[in-house]
Write a protein that binds this ligand. Structure first.
Ligand code: ADE
Length: 264
């Protein structure tokens, strides 16, 4: 997969040299290219922003600079990769999710356009939206100083899904938000050796070697944790995916799952 990132702070992306993503780059699974936006600004100050039309605080990133940058980056690779899917991180975007990470992991080429200040002139998304898929995505309901950290988050979430990036091919299968039986369930607590640490014991069932009981215990823990930490996720669990034991546990927690009962 090819990844282009355009930013006024290319140095933000040095974490992509390390760990899983760094190894994937060394192996050639990931071809990451980081570009300095100011390379396409032509005045002496290499200006990338200006005051907003209509007034208001802050500055807006200029469309001409972005247009030249994107044309240069996209034009350069057109022969081998077609057009990229463009991602613009912004707190005003659709929520980024595991589902979107999976969708992006299937793309051959992603282009991330990092805005700073109040954002990028909207005509840039309009212009490129006519030629390629453009998604404005938010990583959460908080405001960062710019899109760089959001891009690091998305690149890591997407990168670990690429074939051969995770050491253990099965590690991504029971992620909390992966599709399948455990969808909408958070992962429960995990333990390793020693069996007793500072007086705290590992739950007996995990030492029992009884796979059925371990699986049941893990599911109980997942349900409990989801109800406690993410009640809105727990409420969205499809009741058809719950067995008798699950229902009893949720009853004991006085937690209701599925659509509201219209009777009262
Ligand atoms: N830029 C600033 N805040 C952001 C957020 N929450 N998600 C994505 N990009 C952002």
């Amino acid at each position: 997969m090819r990844l282009d990132i355009i930013s006024i702070f290319p140095e933000y992306f040095s974490p992509l040299d390390v760990s899983l993503i760094g190894k994937a780059r060394e192996r050639g699974t990931l071809d990451v290219r980081v570009h300095q936006l100011r390379d396409w600004a032509h005045d002496v100050h290499r200006t990338v922003d200006d005051t907003p039309y209509g007034g208001g605080p802050g500055m807006v990133m200029k469309p001409e600079v972005w247009g030249e940058a994107i044309d240069a980056v996209v034009g350069g690779g057109a022969a081998s990769h077609g057009t990229p899917r463009m991602i613009v991180p912004t707190p005003s975007g659709r929520p980024f999710s595991q589902e979107i990470a999976q969708e992006l992991a299937a793309e051959p080429w992603l282009l991330f356009a990092c805005g700073r200040y109040e954002g990028i002139d909207s005509r840039v998304m309009h212009e490129y939206g006519a030629r390629m898929r453009v998604d404005e995505l938010s990583i959460g309901d908080y405001v960062l100083a710019g899109g760089e950290v959001a891009v690091l988050v998305m690149v890591e979430a997407v990168g670990r899904l690429l074939p051969g990036v995770l050491g253990n091919a099965h590690s991504a299968v029971d992620d909390s938000f992966a599709p399948g039986a455990m969808r909408n369930l958070l992962e429960g607590p995990v333990y390793t050796k020693p069996p007793v640490w500072r007086g705290h014991e590992v739950p007996d069932v995990l030492l029992s070697g009884h796979h059925g009981k371990v699986a049941r215990w893990r599911r109980d823990q997942a349900l409990r944790r989801t109800v406690a930490n993410r009640p809105e996720l727990a409420a969205a669990i499809d009741p058809a995916t719950l067995d008798k034991h699950d229902r009893k546990l949720l009853d004991d927690l006085a937690f209701r799952v599925g659509p509201e009962d219209m009777a009262h």
